[in-house]
Design a protein around this ligand. Structure first.
Ligand code: HEM
Length: 523
């Protein structure tokens, strides 16, 4: 593995060559000659370290000004032009991007140890309690400990199973809300409905309460923050010119979010936590975190650590699943052929006399293809969360400097014409396996779709994310027929996106719902 040229090397070279005090002039000449020789060697060594190809750079800005409102598309175009691995200079930051399965495998799996860190951005410092969380923390013991807490105490199969009745209740609210709207003959704002479904599911697990009852499904108990707050989103996205604007607003978001978290922790402490053991199914995540010991023998975790984890879970779990659901609904309503195939499958697996249950989801193979196709075309994390190299290395013979920021372009991967045919066609059938076996959503050995990433930083909430997505879609397609509103035809549904940490549809999806089951099933 090649070592990077560092300023320290240069400084060492100079200091090694400095003459000792009171040296004779001839020895000074010898030392100077030696210095020039070594300097020349270092320069040629640096030159010989070939960076990956990339576009020409401006002084100071580098390539920053070449990235516009849709950096994922700009980066994919650069890969078309310069090859599967592209080098960029963003201001004073080295960066690489790729949309190629083999290079992605190299970065996320073979060289996971090198690339599994995160850049310490202002957004990470201000919105994640000084990188005390999981998602934005650089690789190190602190990240490892917080990630282990997530995996061992919050996202275990057993704990997720303990919330199954809460999830069923939220699915019931979802259907009842849409049903009431359908009775009134008004179109349904699917962004609102699906956002509330995800947020309430997550906050019931985390905080023990549904904090965002959607207007049409019950009283609203807004808490003043939303994971899709554009400021939070662009600040997290943090690596494009829009970031500058976001930074100006970050302090306000930071304060609002912190007040909310303090209130939650205070309420949980006041109620004395649950007087039950950790495995008790009534404990929410905050109860669990309050019951865990801290670092270095401390009795409890620090408040900042608890707040950072709550923040991470809300941000990572809600928007990702809501955005995916809205895209899937948009594509399916745009393609009535797909809607009728989904409904045929639901009618045969579930039938017309009951609601879909979580235990049905494994058998809904066509719906699983629909979700996989949605992830291909509209991955919730179009550039993942930026990774950063911990040391210099090489990929395909190219030098990658220390602290290089890595943009894995999952949007470009799903639309890479070298690995997919008809990339702009929404075609779930392409994922159907010849032997009819179960279609996996969260992973795929071929690295052609990567909705939850891979390696050390892969999403620890993938099973929960997949359940939330499948459940909402299965219920909505089983219970209702869907058409575009007011005289629009299916092909009029637009699929323009807005770049952010997650990548929603530019315009909220609005559609007409018509109940398709007998009335008693909804009640
Ligand atoms: C459809 C739903 C979801 C999608 C598409 C999704 C996708 C992702 C992606 C792409 C990453 C970045 C991985 C990387 O940078 O390499 C990520 C990280 C993460 N996700 Fe998810 N996610 C979803 C749901 C969830 C849920 C439900 C939770 C938790 C309750 C969660 C918790 C996290 C955390 C904590 C990280 C940071 C991991 C780390 O940096 O070590 N996600 N997710």
């Amino acid at each position: 593995m090649a070592q990077g040229f560092k300023l320290e090397d240069h400084a060492n070279a100079i200091s090694l060559s400095l003459p000792p005090p009171c040296v004779h002039s001839s020895s000074f000449v010898a030392v100077a000659a030696n210095f020039i020789k070594r300097w020349g060697n270092l320069r040629s060594q640096h030159k010989s370290k070939r960076l990956p190809p990339g576009p020409p750079r401006l002084p100071v800005f580098g390539n920053l000004l070449q990235l516009g409102q849709q950096p994922h598309r700009d980066l994919a175009s650069l890969c078309d032009k310069y090859g599967p691995l592209v080098y960029l200079r963003l201001g004073n930051v080295d960066a690489i991007t790729t949309n190629d399965p083999e290079i992605i495998r190299e970065i996320l799996v073979r060289q996971d140890d090198v690339f599994a860190s995160r850049p310490r951005t202002l957004a990470a410092v201000h919105l994640a309690y000084g990188c005390a969380d999981v998602a934005l923390a650089p690789l190190g013991p602190r990240w490892k400990r917080m990630r282990r807490i997530c995996m061992e105490h919050l996202l275990t199969t057993k704990r997720l199973e303990s919330f199954v009745s809460h999830r069923a209740d939220e699915a019931r609210h979802l259907v009842l809300g849409v049903w009431a709207q359908a009775q009134s003959g008004k179109p349904v704002n699917l962004r609102e409905v699906l956002g509330a479904f995800s947020m309430n599911n997550v906050t019931r697990m985390l905080l023990g309460q549904a904090i965002l009852r959607c207007r049409i499904s019950g009283p609203t108990r807004g808490h003043g923050i939303h994971a899709r707050d554009p400021r939070a989103v662009s600040a997290f996205g943090g690596d494009i010119p829009r970031r500058l604007l976001a930074i100006l607003e970050m302090r306000e978001v930071e304060k609002r979010v912190d007040d909310f978290h303090n209130k939650i922790i205070e309420e949980h402490r006041k109620s004395g936590g649950k007087e039950t053991r950790e495995e008790d199914k009534d404990m929410d995540f905050v109860d669990v975190l309050l019951s865990l010991p801290g670092e270095n023998g401390k009795e409890n975790m620090e408040d900042a650590e608890i707040k950072a984890l709550i923040q991470d879970m809300i941000a990572a779990a809600t928007d990702t699943s809501a955005v995916t659901n809205e895209w899937a609904m948009a594509e399916v309503i745009k393609h009535p052929r797909v809607l009728s195939k989904i409904q045929q499958e639901l009618d045969s697996v579930v039938g017309p006399n009951r609601m879909v249950a979580e235990s049905d989801l494994a058998q809904l193979n066509y719906l699983r293809c629909v979700v996989r196709e949605t992830f291909r075309m509209h991955p919730a994390g179009p550039l993942l969360i930026p990774h950063e190299s911990l040391r210099a290395t090489t990929i395909n013979g190219y030098h990658i400097p220390d602290k290089t920021r890595v943009f894995i372009n999952t949007h470009g991967l799903g639309r890479n014409t070298k690995i997919w045919d008809d990339v702009e066609e929404f075609c779930p059938e392409r994922h159907w396996l010849a032997d009819g076996s179960r279609v996996e959503i969260s992973h795929g050995a071929d690295f052609k779709i990567l909705p939850f990433s891979a390696g050390k930083r892969k999403c620890p909430g993938a099973p929960l994310g997949v359940t939330l997505v499948l459940m909402a879609l299965a219920r909505l397609f089983h219970c209702f027929d869907w058409t575009p509103p007011g005289g629009l035809s299916p092909e009029d549904i637009d699929t323009a996106e807005v770049y952010g940490m997650t990548m929603p549809k530019a315009k909220p999806l609005v559609a007409m719902a018509r109940p398709r089951l007998a009335e008693h099933v909804y009640r």
